[in-house]
Structures are given as C-alpha cells and as structure tokens.
Write a new protein. Structure first.
Length: 162
C-alpha cells in the first residue's frame, strides 16, 4: 500500500500539478449583502432570499471562478469568492438589475411570395367566412386607442373590428 501511495505522489510531483488551495489558504473575498427597504427588525421570507441568492449565484458564476459560494443567513446573503479582486466581486454582486423597454419598428419586411398558385377549396365556399383584416391605418388607430388598464380591452376579440 505504501508503494501505491509513493507512486501516486511521485506522479503528482512529476506532472507539476499543484494542489488547489481553498479560500482559507489562497485568500479571496467575502461580501455580506443586506436587504434594504425593510422595517427595522423585519426579515425577508426565505423564498425571497433564495431567489436573490440564485440571481447572485448566476452573476458570480459568470466571473468564471470555481468554488464560489452564495449562502443565505437571514436576513443576509453571504457571497464568498476565492482569488478574485474585491472590487470586481463588489461591482458584480452589488449592481441593481435593470429592465429596459425599447420601441420596436412598426414595419416588417415583406415575406409573402410574389406569385401564389390558385388554391383549391377544401370546404364549401358558401359556408366560408373570411377573417377580419385590418388596414395599416386601422391597426395604428386601434393601437393608439388601446387602454391596457381596461380589462374589457385586453381581449383580442374586443379590439378587432372588421
């Protein structure tokens, strides 16, 4: 058994592989995050803390650091990252998420084929009802008039007038 250990140890030394030091030996950064906006003594529920921990964990994982930990210690989140600069960790985990809206162009490239073969009716033509088609002007007017706060206007059928 001693011979096996000696061979294994010799192989490690021969390849030049060094053991990976943990946070206690290699150093690193520990950041404690405290939620804001709570009353004095109020503690956020566990679900909120876990959701925040998941988001912070994704940010820390994006740094490419192995063995980083994000732990919940109500009401705090404790982030431990080995071998990273303190400023990099603080800027990564301390930033507030932003949701931005942008206007989308109201025109689209034409994708319909130039010529279409005549269709053969599969149903009785007398019982067929064509779907309502809005012109561009009607669609813009309907969009401007739409009030999303009115539940009656949230239905697609309520907003289509042929």
């Amino acid at each position: 058994m001693f011979a096996v250990l000696a061979v294994a140890f010799g192989a490690i030394l021969a390849t030049g592989a060094a053991p990976k030091l943990g946070l206690d030996l290699s150093g690193g950064t520990t950041v404690t995050l405290r939620p804001t906006g709570l009353s004095h003594g109020e503690v956020p529920n566990q679900q909120v803390l876990e959701q925040a921990a998941t988001i912070i964990r994704q940010r820390v994982d994006a740094l490419g650091v192995s063995e980083a930990t994000v732990a919940t210690q109500p009401p705090y989140l404790v982030v431990t990252v080995p071998g990273s600069s303190r400023q990099q960790v603080l800027s990564t985990v301390g930033r507030t998420a932003q949701l931005e809206f942008r206007q989308v162009a109201d025109t689209a490239p034409e994708t319909a084929p130039k010529s279409v073969a005549p269709a053969t009716p599969a149903t009785n033509a007398a019982s067929y009802t064509a779907p309502a088609v809005l012109t561009e002007k009607q669609a813009k007017a309907a969009f401007v008039a739409l009030n999303c706060a009115d539940p009656a206007q949230r239905s697609v059928a309520a907003n289509v007038t042929p």
